[in-house]
Design a protein around this ligand. Structure first.
Ligand SMILES: NC(=O)CC[C@H](N)C(=O)O
Length: 366
């Protein structure tokens, strides 16, 4: 069956349908990851977006039981060049198309994904719609131009109630803005006693859980769409609670400290983005998925120091608080299938929590 991608500027790509038979609109983005499509498609940070894979063959090892970043995917749609119709892997339990159909996500294959990607790089990310007929293309283009991007993604993907992943180590409260299960896995592997709370949990509710540290998770959309989080984070900083912010969590912590965020032209999505640690001079390859970034210029008047930069475009990739036990990074140290260069970020967080616990600082005012 034929399927089309219609962009807000009127461009039409004709390809073939796979996955669910529904039409969706969303922000069209591209990822350069060569593997890990199951993790990408289930990462809640893609909520409302149509993901284009630049790697030409996707779906070849099927879908397995383990590689979910969330059980209910939030991505709007998927675009690939070739969709492997006959996956082969001993752990595969389902083909990608079957899985997408079950999750009500439409897919488009057989279009020139290089052409689409070049367009997104040139023009920046655009709104688009996946449809089975382009008869009403003009109407669709008008609709795309008149409808703003959705802004409620965090409340859509965040947990509605708190839950625990009990263990014997440090108590970490994870504020779920759209948390990837990989982050919880990294904390559990380090025996952290994890409590996950909804995105709108108040500072009082978080402090009542007596955290040794707070992890501000990744999540979808514009950080400025979650204004209530800023006050909560500022109060946690004020109480000297050790904080690690990742991706959206990093952007929110930066905003809470008075910095600004900007929208990137076409974002960073892929698993080989080089990041330079300005403190050690070392470069790590990282997995990334973000469309916004902390504005380097805006850090000047704040208590934040720029700790990491993207080698490709010089944008901010991490900050450290000058006076509080808090730091945050834009990339994904928990990345699965990798790279694992930055996995030690979780160990650093653990060290900070242990130090503060020993010195009794974290609970001093709680
Ligand atoms: N992975 C994330 O947390 C992404 C953060 C934010 N939604 C952005 O696109 O920049």
């Amino acid at each position: 069956m034929v399927r089309y991608l219609i962009l807000e500027d009127g461009t039409v790509f004709e390809g073939m349908a796979f996955g669910a038979d529904v039409s969706v609109s969303g922000e069209v983005v591209f990822t350069t990851s060569m593997t890990g499509y199951q993790e990408v498609m289930t990462d809640p940070s893609y909520c409302g977006q149509i993901i284009t894979f630049t790697y030409p063959l996707i779906g070849n090892y099927g879908m397995n039981r383990h590689d979910y970043e969330s059980i209910n995917p939030a991505a709007a749609g998927v675009i690939v060049y070739e969709n492997a119709a006959f996956p082969s892997h001993c752990e595969s339990i389902q083909g990608m198309s079957e899985w997408l159909a079950a999750k009500n996500i439409p897919g488009l294959y057989g279009i020139d994904t290089r052409k689409l990607t070049r367009r997104l790089r040139k023009q920046g990310t655009v709104r688009g719609k996946l449809v089975n007929s382009c008869e009403k293309a003009q109407e669709i283009v008008r609709e795309l131009n008149e409808t703003p991007l959705i802004t409620n993604q965090v409340s859509t993907v965040s947990t509605k109630t708190s839950y625990m992943l009990p263990n014997i180590g440090e108590r970490v409260v994870v504020v779920d803005y759209g948390v990837k299960s990989g982050m919880l896995r990294e904390l559990s592997m380090r025996q952290c006693d994890v409590v996950v709370v909804p995105y709108n949990a108040t500072a009082a509710e978080i402090l009542q859980l007596k955290p040794d540290g707070v992890l501000l998770s990744n999540g979808p959309g514009d950080p400025k769409d979650v204004p209530d989080a800023l006050n909560t984070i500022a109060m946690l900083l004020d109480q000297n609670v050790p904080i690690l912010g990742i991706c959206l969590g990093h952007q929110l912590m930066s905003l809470a400290c008075g910095a600004e965020t900007i929208k990137l032209k076409f974002g960073h999505r892929g698993s080989n983005h080089p990041v330079k640690n300005l403190l050690t001079g070392k470069v790590a390859l990282t997995s990334q998925n973000h469309g916004y970034a902390v504005d380097v210029e805006s850090l000047g008047g704040t208590d934040l120091v720029l700790s990491h930069v993207a080698v490709n475009d010089g944008t901010a990739e991490g900050v450290i608080h000058k006076k509080k036990p808090a730091f945050s990074i834009q990339y994904h140290p928990e990345a699965s299938p990798g790279p694992h260069d930055s996995n030690s970020i979780f160990d650093e967080f653990l060290t900070i929590m242990k130090t503060y616990k020993k010195e009794g600082v974290a609970h001093a005012k709680a």
